[in-house]
Write a protein that binds this ligand. Structure first.
Ligand code: PLP
Length: 371
């Protein structure tokens, strides 16, 4: 077996992205301009949303959305407990308080019932996550939000191009937020986007992302203490080139994930990702669940020692030192188990069949050593 490292992620960047950057640099117009506007249009069309506002990351997209919706001090926002901590951090940055919801250990998503259980009298918004690009059951979640009068900020960081029953992640209710970090479906290096169908909200998001500047006759007027969350045209050019490859990259991820699952599901004690009917996920990460009898950290160590870049699934935010709510460990069993027993295997468009075989064989060996 080769000992060449198998990388966790490997963004598909090449001549098209280089040429796009070259064009922007030669134009001399570097900050947010026509190229970002074209990128926003492409993402809005993909998502089926009327508007898209580019940001410097998904974290700033989430913060901007909360701020634009007027969520702030004294308000609670429900977030899944098993997610990248940025979901909860954005709530704190807005001055509000995250309330943690459990997740379904099969799909890693919080459903309407999980979210509802975490709602308090102060809750203004819910922030469902499409974990690893697996679409959350958004129709049920929107029904809950309608019933309780809550905003919905969909953290679709990993879910560009994901759909449930044909409807795209990020297109459901108030806003969807996307990430273009190199470990996501497409990348701009760093970058993000908010999608919405609400024209007034789109205007406010745009204005707040640009210092609170309002376009007026002669020069801008400033009507809010806005942020500088703009994306540059250099990043936008990379994003546009990446959008050309989105369908092909998603098809390749789905095909590779299917092949890997066929190999990994034969291993005792390892559960492969599930796909419910009607779901088209992105496999931003390929995450498996290990039986309780297995020491996840040791399995990850063994994989790494053999040159397979594995890592943990994602974080139990309720257990991280900053939020430290150990009393929630038992109350949120799905999220707690997922934080302890999941791991991410390499998944990217450049994996070869021999890589998949080596990933599965190494995982099998690491698991066998513990049984
Ligand atoms: C990656 C990620 C983020 C943060 O995205 P950035 O663009 O790096 O700020 C937020 N939420 C989830 C669920 C993520 O996976």
């Amino acid at each position: 077996m080769s000992n060449e490292r198998i990388r966790l992620a490997d963004p598909a960047l090449g001549d098209a992205e280089l040429a796009a950057i070259d064009g922007v640099l030669r134009s001399g117009y570097l900050t947010q301009g026509p190229v970002v506007a074209a990128f926003e249009r492409r993402v809005a069309d993909e998502v089926g949303a009327d508007f898209a506002v580019a940001t410097s990351s998904c974290t700033t997209a989430l913060h901007l959305a909360l701020h634009a919706l007027g969520v702030g001090p004294g308000d609670d926002v429900v977030v899944p407990a098993f997610t990248f901590p940025a979901t909860a951090n954005a709530v704190r940055q807005a001055g509000a308080e995250p309330r943690f919801a459990d997740v379904d250990p099969a799909t890693f998503a919080s459903g309407a019932d999980h979210l509802k259980a975490a709602v308090t009298v102060n809750t203004r918004a819910i922030m469902p996550v499409d974990p690893f690009g697996y679409p959350a059951p958004m129709s049920d979640i929107v029904a809950l939000a309608d019933e309780m009068g809550l905003f919905v900020i969909e953290d679709a960081a990993c879910a560009l191009g994901a759909r449930r029953d044909g409807k795209a992640c990020g297109s459901y209710r108030d806003v969807g937020c996307f990430s273009f970090h190199p470990r996501k479906v497409i990348t701009t290096g760093e970058g993000g986007m908010v999608t919405t169908n609400d024209e007034a909200l789109a205007h406010r998001l745009r204005q707040l992302s640009r210092h609170g500047a309002e376009v007026a006759d002669r020069w801008p007027t400033f009507t809010a203490a806005g942020f500088n969350y703009r994306l540059s045209d250099i990043h936008g050019a990379v994003g546009l080139a990446q959008m050309d490859k989105l369908d092909q990259m998603l098809a390749s991820r789905r095909r590779l994930a299917g092949q890997l699952s066929a190999m990994v599901q034969r291993i005792d004690g390892v559960r492969t990702p599930v796909t419910e009917p009607g779901v088209e996920e992105t496999f931003q990460s390929y995450v498996v669940f290990l039986d309780d009898s297995l020491d996840r950290d040791r399995v990850v160590d063994e994989l790494r020692a053999a040159g397979v870049e594995a890592t943990l699934g994602t974080y139990g935010v309720h257990l991280e030192p900053f939020y430290a709510r150990p009393e929630l460990a038992d109350a949120l069993p799905g999220a707690t188990a997922a934080a302890r027993q999941t791991l991410t295997l390499p998944m990217h468009t450049r994996l070869r069949s021999t890589d998949l075989e080596r990933i599965a064989a190494t995982l099998e060996q690491a698991v066998k050593e513990q049984s």
